[in-house]
Ligand binder design. Structure first.
Ligand code: OGA
Ligand code: NI
Length: 349
């Protein structure tokens, strides 16, 4: 991938100016990453018929991964490898467009549906520190034609993306159904809980090589906000990490696999049984890195709260009910900080 790293916001080539440098206590300790642990790799071709004695082997594995990690890889997921390569290629081409073309989409207005932006964090006494990445975000839909919203350049973008969206839509349905069954619920349960018109958006993150990875961050520590994310990352370049037992664990790319992670609403709906886990992306000196996340989010009027079937005398609700709009209002209130959004809806025991 060749591209002159470019800071769009002030139209200058990307150099390690002070506004990228993290305060000392916020820098990633790149040597202190859990060396041996890895997230589970789940084969979607595993045996998946309930025998009346309990969950299928596949559902058991999913449920264990959701409880222990909140992250897992899936293989044999049915999305053609060529299509994954094509979508990564068009997204790469997008980030290779001249800076003035990408800058047409540049905005800090989060209500824009199609946008390029740079993440930042605010630190006391320092102010804003920019993340070493550029993000492109837009809607997707498995069946409706949303492609008029997408860039006309690169020329293949719309066509490739609509095919990818169809495939990911089917995969999302399957994952939501497996996760529902993992909670002992009807297979349609979680999808129904997301409402009739879920918010579907995708986010492509481009991380140029960075001269000082130990001083910078690609994407700050965060929890995802919807239900689940299906992430594709370029092979051979690491960067994604999740927190596990207080330590950072690197999620290295697995060939032909997606990373699946649970977001906050699943933790709340499952009453804390399934985990939405903090994660971040660090930078590296040598290679550009690209990731593409597809997100499935409740509609704003959807009520979210622990599912009644999971509540009994031993399991009292840990969260109060809220509309997803309330969650998003709280999300924007915490702009620039290490957000703790679902925590705002937790019952204090
Ligand atoms: C995200 C995200 C991780 C990555 O887009 O929410 O966590 O590897 N991305 O870029
Ligand atoms: Ni994320």
């Amino acid at each position: 991938m060749e591209m002159t790293p470019y800071q769009l916001a002030n139209n200058t080539p990307l150099t390690l100016s002070p506004n990228f440098i993290l305060p000392e206590d916020k820098r990633p300790n790149l040597l202190e990453v859990l060396p041996s642990a890895t997230i589970p790799i789940i084969d979607l071709n595993d045996h998946d018929t309930d025998d009346g004695q309990g969950p299928s082997p596949l559902v058991s594995k999913i449920s264990q991964a959701c409880e222990e990690y909140g992250f897992f890889h899936i293989i044999n997921h049915g999305v053609p490898k060529e299509l994954c390569q094509k979508v990564m290629a068009v997204v790469t081409e997008f980030f290779q467009l001249p800076p003035e073309v990408r800058a047409q989409y540049l905005t800090e207005d989060h209500t824009q549906q199609v946008k390029v932006f740079n993440y930042y964090q605010k630190y006391e006494g320092i102010g804003k520190v920019a993340m070493w990445s550029e993000t492109f975000s837009h809607p997707w839909h498995p069946t409706e034609d949303f492609t008029n919203l997408l860039p006309a350049n690169p020329p293949q973008y719309r066509e490739v993306f609509s095919e990818y969206a169809r495939e990911i839509g089917a995969l999302m349905d399957r994952l939501l159904s497996l996760i529902s069954r993992g909670l002992g619920l009807d297979k349609e349960c979680l999808k129904k809980r997301m409402g009739e018109r879920p918010g579907l958006n995708c986010q492509a993150n481009y991380y140029p090589p960075c001269p000082k990875p130990e001083l910078t961050m690609g994407l700050p520590d965060h929890n995802d906000l919807g239900s689940i994310a299906v992430l594709l990352q370029v092979e051979g370049v690491t960067g994604l990490q999740m927190i596990k037992d207080g330590k950072w664990l690197s999620i290295n790319p697995v060939p032909n696999a997606f990373v699946v992670n649970l977001a906050d609403q699943i933790q709340v709906l499952s009453n804390g049984k399934f985990k939405s886990v903090g994660h971040r992306a660090v930078t590296n000196k040598l290679l550009p890195r690209l990731s593409l996340g597809m997100f499935y989010t409740p509609s704003r009027d959807t009520m979210i709260g622990p599912i009644e079937d999971l509540i009994d005398e031993e399991h009292s609700p840990k969260y109060r009910n809220y509309s997803f709009k309330d969650y998003m209002d709280e999300f924007y209130r915490q702009e620039g900080k290490r957000r703790r959004v679902k925590e705002a809806f937790e019952f204090q025991l």
